[in-house]
Design a protein around this ligand. Sequence first.
Ligand SMILES: *Cc1c(COP(=O)(O)O)cnc(C)c1O
Length: 87
Amino acid sequence: MHVHVDGARIFSGIAELKVDPSEVLKECSSATFCLSKGLCAPVGSIIVGDSDFIARVKINRKIMGGHMRKAGVVANTGLIALKKMRF
Ligand SMILES: *Cc1c(COP(=O)(O)O)cnc(C)c1O
């Protein structure tokens, strides 16, 4: 069974519980989380899962028009959030 976690605010919980994100998500197949909730990035979300799942996500994103020009500028703020924010 595929188990997806809507982890939009998961980093707030992780900060409170002081556990590793991989520990919290170890029983899950996929998850999403916001870079702007608990990680201080201005915008952005991440979806994680195995390569087959991500391939399907990319197709569905394209079908639904989920594209953003010049996304690298905001993506960099997300990378800094993931690398520098303590959790
Ligand atoms: C904010 C929020 C979302 C929306 O997340 P986005 O990645 O910004 O679309 C979904 N679920 C919950 C519980 C949220 O708090």
